[in-house]
Design a protein around this ligand. Structure first.
Ligand code: FAD
Length: 510
């Protein structure tokens, strides 16, 4: 290890202070106490009940299962405690144009044939006008099961069509944080209740030395993890790291959230419905439904945004609205000196694809991989920041795709996206797709080709060509193959229990 920036200390980290006990703080605490088990390091978490947490966050991505599994958390206990339902994907309504509807599943469309992804064969059938090729969705077990409100665990046999999907949870993130708090405290994390009033910096290095609570108690640590939410208590207020504002691409800057009673069948999917100046979410949990309207205040007033939400609820509200403001973007450095920002303190991209909790997971995973010692090697810090920059940018591009792959021009909000200059990385991706039907792979890309295909096709952005290797098979052979795959998917879905039955019988009901 060389090139120490700002510190000449040596040796392993002995003390960690996590500032904040929202989802980010407790996920970080749980992961660190588990992964650093056996090492002589003390971990302390400070949170303030008076300040509270952001109080939203319900839909997740399948990767959260790997996170929980790596901590040895039982899915059954987790789902019971957090009132969770299963999630097979997101249903997008009115995005391509009003009246459109598609599901972005966690899974693929049909099996690759001779190494060529199935959708190229489907595009070939369509381009040749073959009748009966159906929707690409009919080749996805994940989409079909979601459409029929059905769920089962993925099959272990990779040859079975029931193995071709993943799943996530729709849960109460504040209950998840409480669950992880218990987990962490049982493993020795020390929790301190209190409000941090000030932060002391080392006058020579600018590193954070300690935080002082309103009670006067000062807490010193070698490493600080800033999980203080939008305020960025250490990363911004103390270290003035700076913020990359991405509202020129993702202009939505406010949200109103509201839970409603649970009525009717519980869908194994989240719904995102495009509105005139933003979009509305609907996330069914076991005992209630989370709803919210994300919008851009340049195009709609807060009162009007609230009316849009209230007019479009399908059950009575259980609580008054929670109003939130944000600026999409990310901290210029997610790791600065001896402070790592995890969660909202590191940045926020709107919740359209349920990526925030996932970005917390990315931040923790990368930190554990590049865990510092007291020298805080600058090359390691730079590498962490490079990786996190990519994670955020990849998500940004995918979110932006939903706003630009659209034919909607029925409001100033939607027309705004027509004249927008896209990030080069997204422009290249869209061009490769429309010209050749190719999905360019991204380093550190969270969303794999089927996700891009789902959104592009779901929003009517069809490619002009397809992979010519699909011409190696005669059209009638492809058509017979395709019919067999569709029948297989339909039969498998028909034999799948309903989502509600599965929740009841699998023992995950709260
Ligand atoms: P917070 O929850 O704000 O926690 C901050 C913590 O810091 C609190 O414990 C607070 O007490 C503490 N703190 C702050 N200042 C001090 C101080 N001075 N002294 C002591 N303690 C302090 N994510 C998803 O993955 N899926 C979703 O569906 C989703 N939907 C969302 C919808 C909206 C409208 C928004 C805004 C976010 C959504 N998110 C979603 C994001 C998700 O809610 C957050 O990523 C997640 O909750 C993490 O928040 P956090 O822990 O970083 O911050």
């Amino acid at each position: 290890m060389v090139a120490v920036q700002g510190t000449d200390k040596q040796g392993p980290i002995e003390s960690i202070c996590i500032v904040g006990g929202g989802t980010a703080g407790w996920m970080t605490a749980a992961a660190l106490c588990s992964k650093l088990q056996g090492l002589p390091v003390s971990i302390r978490l400070v949170e303030s009940e008076e300040i509270g947490t952001v109080g939203v966050g319900e839909a997740t991505l399948p990767h959260i299962r790997a996170f929980n599994n790596s901590l040895g958390i039982s899915e059954r206990e987790l789902m019971q405690t957090t009132e969770a339902t299963f999630k097979l994907g997101i249903e997008f309504c009115d995005w391509g144009k009003i009246g459109d509807r598609y599901i972005h599943p966690f899974g693929d469309y049909g099996p690759a044939i001779e190494g060529v992804p199935f959708y190229h064969y489907w595009l070939k059938l369509r381009s040749e006008g073959v009748n009966g090729a159906g929707r690409l969705d009919d080749y996805s077990y994940g989409v079909s099961a979601a459409e029929h409100y059905r769920f089962r665990y993925p099959a272990k046999d990779p040859a079975a069509v029931e193995s071709t999907f993943g799943y996530a949870y729709q849960f109460d993130a504040s209950l998840y944080a409480k669950f992880l708090r218990r987990f962490s405290e049982q493993r020795g994390i020390l929790r301190t209740e209190g409000k941090i009033a000030s932060t002391a910096l080392d006058p020579n290095t600018g590193f954070v030395q300690s935080v002082t609570l309103e009670s006067g108690e000062a807490i010193e640590a070698d490493l600080f993890i800033d999980c203080s939410g939008f305020r960025g208590l250490l990363i911004e207020q103390a270290l003035q790291t700076g913020y990359d504002d991405w509202s020129r691409w993702l202009p939505c800057n406010r949200a109103i959230a509201l839970p409603t009673e649970s009525r009717g069948a519980i869908g194994p999917f989240t719904r995102a419905t495009a509105r005139q100046s933003g979009w509305q979410w609907r996330i069914p949990l076991q005992h209630r439904v989370g709803n919210g309207h994300v919008y851009c205040s340049d195009f709609i007033s807060d009162e009007e945004a609230e009316r849009v939400l209230l007019d479009n609820l399908d059950a009575p509200a259980l609580k008054g609205p929670n109003r939130l403001r944000f600026t999409t973007g990310r901290r210029k450095l997610l790791w600065n000196k001896n402070v790592v920002a995890v969660g909202l303190s590191g940045g926020f991209l709107e919740p359209l694809e349920s990526t925030s909790i996932h970005l917390i997971q990315d931040g923790i995973t990368e930190l554990i991989q590049i865990f510092p010692d007291k020298s805080f090697n600058q090359d390691d810090i730079d590498e962490y920041n490079r990786r996190m920059e990519l994670h955020f940018e990849r998500v940004r591009d995918f979110l932006l795709l939903h706003y630009v792959a659209t034919q909607r021009d029925d409001s100033d909000f939607w027309r705004h996206f027509r004249s927008m200059t896209l990030p080069d990385s997204l422009q290249e991706k869209i061009s490769a797709w429309t010209e050749r039907g190719t999905i360019i792979a991204y380093e550190h890309g969270l969303f794999l080709p089927p996700s891009w295909i789902a959104v592009m096709m779901g929003q009517n952005l069809m490619p002009r060509g397809y992979d010519r290797r699909a011409d190696a098979l005669p059209t009638d052979v492809i058509a017979r193959n395709a019919a067999a795959i569709r029948a297989n998917v339909a039969a498998a879905v028909a034999a799948t229990p309903t989502h509600e039955d599965f929740i009841r019988k699998s023992g995950v009901a709260a």
